[in-house]
Design a protein around this ligand. Structure first.
Ligand SMILES: Nc1ncnc2c1ncn2[C@@H]1O[C@H](COP(=O)(O)OP(=O)(O)OP(=O)(O)O)[C@@H](O)[C@H]1O
Ligand SMILES: [Mg+2]
Length: 210
């Protein structure tokens, strides 16, 4: 069972987008996927409810209940945990005993880079991460690769203590799919395929840590 924690100190970086698209990818390709929503906003939970009647559903659980871990079925292959904005490094600790990897989405702006750096430095000191038991990957999100701002931001991210394991472009596809309880992995068009390819590197990295 691969358990992925998605966290970032900054709001709006793409945690829920990452969580829902990863959950859908695993549901479509493998099955038995659980999405745990630890955010009171409940966006991931609502997304899984919208998806409930589809061919590739994702089991949504609220991470706000104390016993959410007991609700994970034994045959679950992938568990993805979406967390609220503003999570502190010490709050991340609570999840580390149970996860294999942490993904941290970061947007390509000075404000986001400045917020990410101390957060990453703090989680680097948490014992399971320091000992290499839990791997951390940075996901550059909402990139506009034709802009200098995006290119420079990714260069800055490469100087972080953790590898940049994914570079996802900005596209309305994520916004439109999410509203329907879908993901970019539920579509087959040429345009969508190019965005699906953005995920290949991250999916390989995740597989390596499963
Ligand atoms: N790659 C992308 N391209 C276009 N829009 C995106 C992308 N990633 C995220 N978004 C949009 O940006 C907004 C914020 O993303 P999301 O809700 O996933 O962030 P979040 O980190 O979960 O926010 P919060 O901290 O409030 O939980 C959403 O409207 C989402 O659809
Ligand atoms: Mg969110």
């Amino acid at each position: 069972m691969l358990k992925i924690l998605i966290a970032s100190s900054k709001g709006g970086a793409g945690k829920t987008m990452l969580a829902t698209n990863l959950a859908a990818y695993y549901a479509v390709e493998i099955g038995n996927t659980v999405l745990v929503d630890a955010d009171r906003q409940g966006s991931s939970l609502r997304w899984s409810e919208r998806r409930a009647t589809y061919t590739y559903p994702v089991l949504g659980l609220s991470g706000l209940h104390r016993d959410w871990e007991k609700q994970i079925p034994d045959d679950a292959q992938h568990v993805i945990i979406d967390t609220p904005a503003g999570i502190r490094a010490d709050e991340v600790t609570g999840y580390l005993a149970d996860v294999n990897v942490v993904l941290v989405p970061v947007l390509p702006s000075a404000i986001d880079l400045e917020a990410a750096e101390p957060f990453l430095a703090q989680i680097a000191e948490l014992p399971p991460i320091k000992r290499g038991k839990v791997a951390v990957g940075v996901v550059a999100n909402r990139l506009k690769p034709w802009t200098n701002a995006s290119r420079l931001a990714v260069e800055e991210m490469r100087r972080f203590a953790f590898p940049v394991v994914g570079e996802l472009r900005d596209t309305q596809g994520y916004v439109l799919a999410n509203a329907l309880g879908k993901s970019i992995f539920d579509y087959r068009s040429e345009l969508v395929r190019s965005h699906q390819e953005d995920w290949i590197k991250m999916l390989r990295w995740l597989k390596k840590h499963g």
